[in-house]
Write a protein that binds this ligand. Structure first.
Ligand code: NAD
Length: 312
């Protein structure tokens, strides 16, 4: 397959590398000029499960994508707030039969993708792979993961299964899901509790778990997500989802990690995806007539933190 990765940061680089190793023709597309230049000049340098590898992957600046570039599949891996600009810039790559798979964290990206891609070509998913960007052209890739995906278009189940099969051939452990929106909401609950709270409190996840109010905050936020999801006919198993979120507190597993929002804002002074996690619940809540005070407040706090750090 000819595959374009639109957004070749940490996760895009991981998927690009694994898909190339799996025998696909991969084109990276990105908007960060310094990162693009490093990969063009030195290849993508990856610490891949402890081993240093250099992958020679073609990469284009998103502003330089041309009519002649042809791909079968585009995997979207920008940060949520970069998605619309990316889709605008790569419009010439999106042909009538180009499949587009979105694996960003957060909720409701299909509303943006639908502006550029016919519904029958859109696939949405969720991934448990992780990756870290060490600097321009350099990534750290550790551990295992998985991908779940589903078609948005009616009658496209067979195509979604085929897409999952092709990704699985490259070791991505991809599977078709018949209820991807449930998985997306469930993962968004983890991001909606761990990310914002650790960022504002300046703690890792184990540190959050040690606070006397952690359980109440997690429970209230998950309940807000669940009420909004129920309005969309997605019925979260609330006790299971709360337990899933709180499993992140365990210092023996991932508790000592600082979530990605913390890394983005506090460490690297970059904007956060809060508007597509808790902020998405606030927006949907307003639309559906559901009050979501914890998500509203957490979204405002994170934006205030962005402002106080002068992050733009
Ligand atoms: P990333 O920040 O590594 O890359 C996203 C984009 O931001 C890329 O285009 C990258 O080039 C650009 N970028 C990164 N640093 C920059 C800088 N200093 N200056 C300018 N541009 C910069 O994001 P990611 O971690 O690959 O995440 C992509 C999506 O996948 C997000 O929705 C994220 O929530 C989700 N996700 C991430 C992980 C993970 O472990 N990283 C896991 C699952 C899902």
């Amino acid at each position: 397959m000819r595959i374009a990765i639109a957004g070749a940061g940490a996760m895009g680089s991981r998927f690009g590398l694994m898909l190339q190793q799996g025998g696909n023709e991969v084109l990276l597309i990105d908007g960060w000029a310094e990162h693009v230049q490093q990969i063009q000049e030195h290849g993508l340098r990856a610490n891949y499960n402890g081993k240093e590898v250099v992958a020679h992957l073609p990469i284009l600046l998103q502003s330089e994508v041309g009519e002649s570039d042809q791909v079968d599949l585009i995997i979207l891996f920008t940060k949520a707030m970069q998605l619309e600009k990316m889709l605008k810039d790569i419009q010439s790559l999106i042909k009538e039969d180009t499949e587009v798979l979105c694996l960003l964290n957060g909720i409701g990206h299909e509303d943006i993708i639908e502006k550029f891609v016919p519904m029958e070509n859109i696939y949405i998913g969720n991934t448990m792979w992780t990756a870290g960007l060490e600097g321009p052209g350099q990534v750290k890739l550790f551990g295992d993961g998985s991908v779940e995906l589903q078609n948005l278009g009616a009658g496209k189940e067979a195509a979604a299964k085929e897409l999952a099969r092709k990704l699985a051939e490259s070791g991505l452990n991809a599977k078709f899901s018949d209820n991807i929106r449930y998985s997306i909401y469930r993962k968004a609950c983890v991001n909606g509790t761990m990310n914002g709270l650790c960022t504002i409190l300046d703690v890792n996840m184990a540190g959050l778990g040690k606070t006397t109010t952690a359980h109440k905050m997690v429970e209230t936020i998950v309940n807000e997500f669940a009420k909004v999801a129920a309005f969309e006919n997605i019925h979260l198993d609330i006790p299971e989802v709360i337990a899933h979120c709180e499993s992140c507190f365990d210092p023996a597993t991932i508790g000592m990690h600082y979530p990605s929002m913390y890394q983005d804002l506090i460490k690297n002074h970059r904007l956060t995806e809060i508007d597509y996690i808790n902020g998405a619940i606030s927006r949907k809540g307003r639309k559906y007539g559901i009050v979501t005070p914890y998500c509203d407040f957490l979204t405002e706090l994170v934006h205030a933190k962005e402002d106080s750090l002068n992050v733009k």
